[in-house]
Design a protein around this ligand. Structure first.
Ligand code: HEC
Ligand code: HEC
Ligand code: HEC
Ligand code: HEC
Length: 344
């Protein structure tokens, strides 16, 4: 299988090493969270009961049993000359959370906690540990800092790093395999995908900071931030996708058009709520040629956008983006129904 750009960064291995690993382990590798360190949703369930309930109502959960039986799946696999969707690494990396045990790589669930927050083996039991006899309220600042640092070092992707967390979404919701689209008939991207509108619907799970009393919508300031971060990610991952385009057909044409629209919208946002961070993003994006057979330039620009995007997300607040409210989609555009917590 082709070596693909990987939104999780830490799984990037040089191609030669990857081939050696694949030969030694007798299986193909998948991108995404490290299958050897994936515990599966059960490894989060003992503490995150409400998040699991919310997840069970989403397509990300239901797809585990539903996808393999869909007629479109069989048609697509036939056109591509592939076997079962749960056995093909090319499909598995976006359609399932994968686990490796006893040298066998298999889907553990649909798209689950670790698909977005990172493989949990080395942090699941420790990231929420306040210390013996200590509560969240009595924990010292130093203990908290050390706890968060341990989790980050062990590969946890935390909500505070919204750019990295959102990368997982765009790594799956924009296709980056030309043949799967042009030959298999797969959609090139989820139409209208944005981090704000697709997170705030059925995927929303914000109960932790309300002490499990509610699952509230993001504040207006946070909504603006999610929207703009989503557009930066769409431009970054759009460039990465178009880098795979070699023929003038659905894959390259649709993704180039969509990515061009995203960068134009960012330019409009920069005019309404200027920041030095977004200025750099817009000029990098506009200077890049969205054309076929242009992988080197597109990948280089995408890497630059990733680093600029992280500093945008860390430094520019939702308050600074107050001027863009007319562009921010409202709740009628949320994808799916949010999980309702508490009494009906
Ligand atoms: C042993 C209990 C326990 C397990 C198991 C557990 N968590 Fe947590 N988790 C917590 C606690 C407690 C907190 C709140 C920590 C705090 O107050 O800073 C938390 C917080 C989080 C946060 C928010 C962190 C932040 O910075 O806001 C995420 C995301 C998270 N957990 C994901 C997971 C995932 C994914 C799994 C499974 C791989 C998991 N947790 C397993 C107890 C647990
Ligand atoms: C880059 C990630 C990615 C890869 C690789 C991928 N898919 Fe998908 N697939 C998705 C997403 C995301 C959706 C949901 C599309 C949407 O929102 O419209 C989807 C939807 C589908 C659908 C539903 C019909 C449709 O097109 O909307 C089928 C069938 C499907 N995929 C089969 C496959 C098969 C078979 C493979 C392997 C050859 C594969 N997918 C590889 C991400 C991927
Ligand atoms: C599709 C990707 C995705 C999946 C799957 C996912 N999360 Fe999250 N999670 C996010 C995003 C994105 C945020 C932060 C959103 C924001 O900033 O508004 C988040 C936030 C959180 C938080 C912090 C909420 C708060 O109130 O501060 C916790 C805890 C958490 N996730 C745990 C989990 C657990 C446990 C699971 C599995 C049941 C899970 N997540 C599945 C993407 C995901
Ligand atoms: C590992 C790949 C993967 C990741 C990561 C991922 N998704 Fe998905 N998502 C999918 C696939 C595949 C489907 C289609 C499932 C199906 O139709 O059976 C889907 C479906 C959805 C749906 C339901 C769409 C519908 O048609 O109703 C929403 C909403 C969604 N994703 C939002 C998100 C958001 C927001 C994030 C990041 C916070 C995210 N996804 C991260 C692969 C992924």
């Amino acid at each position: 299988m082709p070596i693909r750009s990987c939104p999780w960064g830490f799984r990037l291995l040089p191609a030669a090493l990857l081939v050696v690993v694949m030969l030694l382990s007798g299986r193909s590798a998948v991108a995404g969270p490290d299958p050897e360190k994936v515990g599966g949703p059960e490894s989060c369930a003992e503490c995150h009961i409400q998040e699991i309930e919310a997840w069970k109502q989403s397509a990300h959960f239901k797809t585990f049993n539903a996808m393999q039986g869909r007629p479109e799946t069989a048609v697509m696999l036939g056109k591509l000359g592939l076997g079962r969707i749960k056995h093909e690494p090319l499909c598995m990396e976006c359609h399932y959370l994968n686990r490796e045990s006893g040298n066998i790589l298999e889907p553990a669930s649909g798209i689950a906690c670790e698909s977005c927050h990172g493989a949990g083996r080395d942090w699941a039991q420790t990231h929420g540990d306040y210390g013996k006899g200590v509560t969240k309220l009595t924990e010292s600042a130093a203990h908290r800092t050390a706890r968060v640092a341990q989790a980050l070092g062990a590969g946890m992707i935390i909500p505070a790093n919204i750019y990295a967390l959102g990368s997982a979404c765009y790594g799956c919701h924009l296709m980056n395999d030309e043949k799967t689209v042009n030959v298999g008939g797969h959609s090139p991207a989820s139409v209208g995908f944005n981090l704000l509108t697709w997170y705030q619907g059925e995927v929303r799970h914000t109960m932790l900071h309300t002490n499990n009393t509610a699952n509230p919508e993001a504040t207006p300031a946070h909504r603006r931030q999610l929207f703009v971060v989503g557009l930066i990610l769409e431009t970054e991952f759009g460039f990465r996708a178009v880098a795979h385009a070699t023929e003038k057909a659905k894959f390259g044409v649709t993704l180039a058009r969509q990515t061009d629209a995203a960068r134009k919208l960012l330019e409009k946002i920069q005019a309404l709520a200027p920041s030095p961070e977004l200025a750099a993003i817009v000029s990098t994006a506009q200077a890049t040629n969205l054309r076929l057979n242009n992988a080197a330039e597109l990948n280089q620009a995408a890497d630059k956008l990733a680093s600029l995007g992280r500093s945008f997300a860390a430094r520019v607040t939702g308050e600074q983006l107050a001027g863009i409210d007319a562009l921010v989609p409202d709740a009628t555009q949320y994808r799916g129904k949010p999980y309702h917590l508490g009494a009906p």
